[in-house]
Design a protein around this ligand. Sequence first.
Ligand code: PLP
Length: 379
Amino acid sequence: MRRPRIRPVFDDLPAYLPSRPVRSATGEFHPLAANESPREPLSDILAAVHGAAGTVNRYPDFHGTDLTAQLARTHGVAEDQVALGAGSIALVQMLFQAVAEPQAEVVHAWRTFELYPVLADLAGVRSVRVPLVAERHDLPAMARHVGDRTRLVLLCNPNNPTGTLLDAEELRAFVDRIPEDCLVAVDEAYFEYVRDPAARSAIALVADHPNLVVLRTFSKAYGLAGLRIGYLIGSPYLVAQLRKACLPYSLSSVAQAAASAALHHRKELFARADDLVAERTRVRGALRADGWDVPHSEANFVWLRLGAASTAFGEWCAARGVAVRTFPEEGLRVSVGSPEDNDAFLAAAAGWRRKVRAPVGDHSRPVPDRPAASGDPAP
Ligand SMILES: *Cc1c(COP(=O)(O)O)cnc(C)c1O
């Protein structure tokens, strides 16, 4: 029997499986796999959600006019420089649709956000993966891989899953090197957690780089992952073109209202981000004191490159009710969550260290300690 004909690239696509909820024998559950905000929505944001719920018999505002204006004011750009998307992932998909001519290529780091190559494959864009060096983007190598077919360069800053940051200088020098007819997208999903004084948002570079767009999301520090809303800042030309690729009405009225309320409460939400950064410092400090090699993170997660032991450690955590993100044979990304969730993870990690220190074959090898880049600055 013949099956309906589907593009062969679909056969190789991974079915994106978010980490399964795990519960320990005692029913404990600590969700540290998806980099979500551990805090419940502010009451004013819930009120905005309830308010919008009463209008869901109507289509949402197609253009998200109010939210767009608010974001333009927030970032000091014109309204025609802001595009909205149903999550910043939807905006990445729009970018791929915009550049997906036959033979088109995207250059991105590897490892980085695992959805980039998936969305590239879906759009028929070939992804060129440039390996990280010391857990950071290798910008010189990435620039060398930009060729005639490159239509898009994607940077994730700070990088998911390693948490490492590109500073203002390297970012500007890189964008300066990329030909004007090639798009550069900087995904700043975690930028609200950045505390390195040498960092600067790529939004500052948009004015004199018409080929640059910057992606932001309400899913992380703004705590609206469940509502699917993000935005992009770029030149009026690119924004006008990208808006055409937005699935009509994909931004629900509830999401628009919640995002608008969240922007009005940036102060409280950013204070929560400060708390999270303090926890990040605590978690990394505790891990390092116990001999783990943990790169300095500017995001709301830490990265443990455990290589062959990754899957076993991921399962070890799961058995203790701690859900982490495992990249088999590579490493684990552990979100910084509530203090209680972080304590549960640190207890699991300490138990693992005691186990691997015990003389049982290969596992007895201690994790080598590389010198740290720099300590977490105080929040
Ligand atoms: C979490 C995350 C996002 C956010 O995606 P949304 O679709 O806005 O939820 C975007 N980029 C990266 C690298 C992320 O880790």
